[in-house]
Design a binder for this molecule. Structure first.
Ligand SMILES: [Cu+2]
Length: 165
């Protein structure tokens, strides 16, 4: 059995590295599925009396040489998940379901709240509360299925009024 002499300085260094790792982990998380990097899945807390929620990502990066598509998702917290795209019609923001979200080769797409696309959590089975996490299984055309952890958090500039339909 080798013996280790741990100096006080080394122990302090190790503790500070661990602290940095923990601090970083507390602010962001990401997942890989093949060539895809799924950066920081999150959801905004649900509003009282509103049965739908939405899930977002800081982004999804396709590091590969071929395009892929997000075809759908499922989760235990909602009856179903729809892919939504927003557009303005006669000054009114509307969202419609789309069959897929394109993930072009070598590109990152942003899927933050307030941006064009999001995942709609239809008919929530329980309220989404800040600090909670839930599993969301993403279905990609080429990368296959990947289950990610979605963090429920209050965005800096809350903008989920559009989910009142
Ligand atoms: Cu929506």
């Amino acid at each position: 059995m080798p013996t280790y002499t741990v100096t006080r300085r080394a122990a302090t260094f190790a503790a500070s590295v661990l602290l940095v790792l923990l601090t970083t982990a507390a602010h962001a998380h990401d997942f890989r599925a093949g060539d895809l990097v799924i950066d920081h899945p999150y959801a905004t807390p649900s509003l009282p009396g509103i049965k739908n929620g939405a899930a977002y990502f800081r982004g999804i990066r396709n590091a590969g040489g071929t395009s892929d598509r997000l075809l759908g998702a499922r989760t235990d917290v909602a009856t179903r998940v729809e892919l939504h795209s927003m557009r303005t019609e006669n000054d009114v923001m509307r969202m419609r379901e789309v069959p897929a979200i394109e993930l072009p080769a070598g590109k990152s797409i942003q899927l933050r709240h307030g941006q064009k696309q999001h995942l709609m959590l239809v008919d929530l089975k329980k309220p989404l509360v800040v600090g909670e996490r839930f599993d969301l299984t993403l279905v990609f055309e080429k990368a296959g299925e990947k289950t990610v952890k979605v963090w429920v958090q209050q965005p800096r500039e809350a903008n989920n009024g559009h989910h009142q339909h």
